[in-house]
Design a protein around this ligand. Structure first.
Ligand code: ATP
Ligand code: MG
Length: 560
């Protein structure tokens, strides 16, 4: 039996449970994730996917994936494909309910005709600028369009000619006839359709009028029988319009519910800015492992489980806040700590010769695959006379509390032997090029039969058996906590972190890593969690560090 207390309901679940109790919507729960295919998904979208899919799952409901593809000039099938891949990877399951708003264009058109017939929509000849100028201010009402009182017949005629392509871009719009004096700007006769002679990635040249978001969105939800239309807070003031359209048409009326969008520090989340980073080559692509995109996180080594757990931990709220990216990293650490096999890899190798170890031989030592999971067994790692350790793990003169290798000091080689440093060699520049040690054969496996303790444990790789690899270490993409700050006049690109990627070549890894699969995560002991990059081949392995270990040094030195 689980001892974790049931988490209390979030405010969306409270609404749903009240609806279920009241028997609303025949007790159905049906949610959707409605991306616009104008960019790749990011971690903010993941929050929405987890929320929508998770809620549907929790209440035995349904979940739709729907592309809100009403804006042909910015959309592309490349984005459609990537979004499908990313939602699926995150675990979202829409079964057979993959929809496109563009499939409903004909129905939207019929609904618009119905609104015209009800006297609730009109064709307006004002330009975009004129519409903006006549909107009024928060303190004063807008001015009614001179075209507002066209007859139903004239509106029907003009609207069908708009559709037929008789007018150039921007010459006319279809507007809802609501209230130019409404305190809510969204209700001041909003535009429903604009003329745009642009091909659409799915409907081609079939349409030259395209529906606006507010007009289309509620219809999409209604057509699909969505019960709870969950969106981000900035749509709160659009809800009265969402409701107005559905009420005016007297069609099935889902409920819009707003929640706070996810913001993370040290990154940007706006698709426009992410696109800029890609287009202007500040990153290698949408899937650059430094990007907050789902495909970037995946390539870097994030797991769907970690992202889902992160979304669960941050919860849903009604007010916007910024989440520390460390929380995202911790979710990954927690997940990989349980699952990732331990391996040894040396990033910046320093050669160590074990003087009393026989030349020309090697032995296989046993190492635990995952101390968190005994069932994961052990593996053999080769040990021989010449090994590599991290340059950092040797000091000619050890500072206080430095428990690693230094002349005269004995340390433990993880899973191998105790070694004692007997000397070292330096080059003309004063760099240590080789360390010499002796080993104690009685300490095989890493413990001493006489109970002798050592303070430090270091990792190593047998030189002769090592796999050469490149290891990519990542840091935050921005140096500023809030590069997205709307109050800050400085361009977000001025605070890019020049050290966000460090490609370390000449790394030495234990031999089993040569065959690392693209979906197998590893912990390189003391260094972090890694996944082979898409650039990796058996001839030239490349690993990404997904995340470093928490406090790795402190822990190791205490254990020693
Ligand atoms: P834009 O509309 O400016 O292109 P968007 O980020 O809103 O950008 P959409 O494709 O419209 O992109 O988003 C799809 C869904 O994801 C919407 O329901 C939206 O509310 C949600 N979403 C987008 N960004 C976030 C975020 N940072 N946190 C939570 N949900 C988000
Ligand atoms: Mg949007």
């Amino acid at each position: 039996m689980s001892t974790t207390p049931e988490k209390s309901l979030n405010f969306i679940e409270q609404i749903i449970e009240a609806d279920l109790a009241a028997g609303k919507n025949e007790k159905r729960v049906h949610t959707r994730f409605p991306p616009e295919p104008n960019g790749y998904l990011h971690i903010g979208h993941a929050k929405s996917i987890c929320l929508n899919f998770g809620t549907a799952q929790k209440y035995n409901g349904r979940f739709n994936l729907r592309f809100d593809d009403t804006n042909p000039t910015k959309e592309d099938t490349e984005y459609v494909d990537s979004i499908i891949e990313d939602v699926r990877w995150l675990g979202g399951d829409w079964e057979d309910r993959l929809f496109f708003a563009s499939d409903y264009f004909e129905r939207f058109y019929e609904y618009a005709v119905a609104l015209i017939q009800k006297g609730k929509a009109y064709v307006c000849d004002l330009t975009g600028d004129e519409i903006r100028e006549t909107r009024g201010t928060p303190a004063s009402p807008g001015t009614e369009s001179p075209y507002r009182n066209r007859s139903v017949e004239e509106n029907l005629d003009l609207f069908s000619r708009m559709k037929a392509g008789e007018f150039p871009d921007g010459a006319k719009t279809l507007r809802a006839k609501i209230d130019m004096a409404s305190p809510n700007f969204n209700l001041r006769d909003p535009v429903m359709y604009r003329i745009l002679h642009a091909p659409h990635h799915r409907t081609g040249d079939q349409w030259c009028i395209y529906p606006m978001y507010d007009w289309a969105h509620g219809l999409e939800d209604s057509i699909e029988g969505i019960t709870h239309s969950i969106c981000t807070l900035e749509f709160e003031h659009h809800r009265p319009l969402y409701d107005w359209f559905l009420d005016a048409l007297e069609i099935y009326h889902p409920q819009q519910i707003e929640f706070a969008r996810l913001a993370l520090n040290y990154t940007v989340m706006s698709k426009r800015k992410l696109l800029q980073l890609v287009k202007e080559r500040y990153v290698s692509g949408w899937d650059d492992p430094r990007m907050p995109t789902i495909c970037g996180l995946r390539r870097r080594g994030y797991t769907p489980e970690a992202i889902r757990e992160f979304c669960r931990r941050i919860g849903v709220a009604k007010f916007n806040s910024t989440i520390d990216v460390v929380q995202l990293e911790n979710s990954l650490r927690d997940d990989l700590n349980k699952r990732a096999r331990r391996r040894m890899g040396v990033l910046r190798p320093l050669k160590v010769v074990i003087e009393n170890y026989p030349e020309g031989t090697a032995e296989q030592l046993e190492a635990v695959n995952n101390p968190e999971n005994e069932a994961d067994g052990t593996r053999k790692i080769p040990f021989s006379r010449v090994i590599y350790i991290e340059q950092d793990d040797f000091r000619e003169e050890a500072p206080k509390k430095y428990y690693r290798l230094t002349p005269g000091r004995e340390v433990r080689l993880r899973y191998a032997y105790y070694i004692t440093c007997t000397g070292f060699t330096k080059d003309a520049d004063g760099n240590v090029t080789e360390v010499r040690c002796t080993y104690d054969p009685a300490t095989r496996g890493g413990s001493s039969p006489d109970g002798r303790k050592v303070q430090g444990t270091i990792h190593w790789v047998s030189a002769e058996h090592a796999v050469d690899a490149e290891v990519r270490l990542y840091d935050r993409l921005f140096t500023k906590e809030n590069p997205d700050d709307p109050q800050d006049p400085a361009d977000f690109k001025t605070c890019l972190n020049p050290a966000s990627l460090e490609a370390v070549t000449g790394c030495k890894l234990e031999p089993s890593l040569k065959e690392a699969k693209r979906d197998e995560h590893f912990q390189f002991e003391r260094i972090g969690y890694f996944l082979a990059d898409i650039d990796s081949t058996p001839e030239k392995p490349v690993f990404n560090r997904a995340v470093s270990l928490r406090d790795s040094w402190a822990k190791q030195e205490k254990k020693g």
